[in-house]
Design a protein around this ligand. Sequence first.
Ligand SMILES: Nc1ncnc2c1ncn2[C@@H]1O[C@H](COP(=O)(O)OP(=O)(O)OP(=O)(O)O)[C@@H](O)[C@H]1O
Length: 307
Amino acid sequence: MPNEQSPPVLQAQGLTKRYGRRTALNDVNLTIPPGRVIGLVGPNGAGKSTLLHLACGLTEPTSGWLNVLGSRPAAGAAHLARVGFVAQDTPVYGSFSVADHLRLGARLNPSWDRDLAERRIARAGLSPAQKAGRLSGGQRAQLALTIAAATRPELLIFDEPAAALDPLARQAFLENLLEFVTELGAGAVLSSHVLGDIERVCDHLVVLCASRVQIAGDIPDLLAAHHRLVAPREELDRLPGGAEVIRVREENDGRHVSALVRADAGTPSALPGSVEPVTLEELVLAYMTRAAEPAARAGARAGRGAR
Ligand SMILES: Nc1ncnc2c1ncn2[C@@H]1O[C@H](COP(=O)(O)OP(=O)(O)OP(=O)(O)O)[C@@H](O)[C@H]1O
């Protein structure tokens, strides 16, 4: 069970990963405190899988470093056992039965919790005799989750585990995930494109776009620090110190703008115009849009140059 003295779940400094000439992660700095369920969001190609693969020790940084639970990823068998990973396509062995998977898990993992595995398989309604290749996407995801959790890791890492599931199966999967996290006293990192899923299960958010972390923090703190305001455009030049405009949109009247602003706690009363709280979706979209704008402008310039 993590406490105040526990090391950060993830800590990265200058973390960079290149595949040939392609940069997947660029100078990522991140410190995530212990005991969190972390949502990792970002558009396709943002570098989410790369970050998760680095965290599991499946690949090495090009430069910089990353610590997971206070050590380099996969630094020896003992550290490897502290982290459970469920990959994007929740892989299982198609010709093995559910029971075969549990037997294999028990044989390969000294910390295997047989009681937890069997209890959860029964709870998910999976028949031990069923071949994994015949399971539905939702059942396969539950099996992969159970195998990862039965090794009793301190951190569970999921790469878009529920992407292919229908809403009901997704809800069942996420509920199960949260139950595991509670039962094991573990942390979890979960990448997803579905903000509703993140909102439902995560208490910490990392927005990754264009190979960099755009914003990270505990979700209640992030929501408290961001505001939507509608004000005359010129008022944006007179924002209080420390306030930062993340995204601006023209209002229909041509005189006012709607802006998403980051401001320290306590500043909302100093902001001009009408000030409203933001939703998690607005916040994430604002950072994604801001990150995409330089690339879009560069693309437009290149397009004009090509004509
Ligand atoms: N093994 C690889 N070889 C070459 N390029 C790669 C490799 N893995 C990832 N990339 C590239 O690195 C960048 C980041 O990819 P990554 O898969 O980490 O993004 P992602 O945020 O997980 O995307 P998605 O949401 O589509 O799964 C992309 O440009 C991708 O093409």
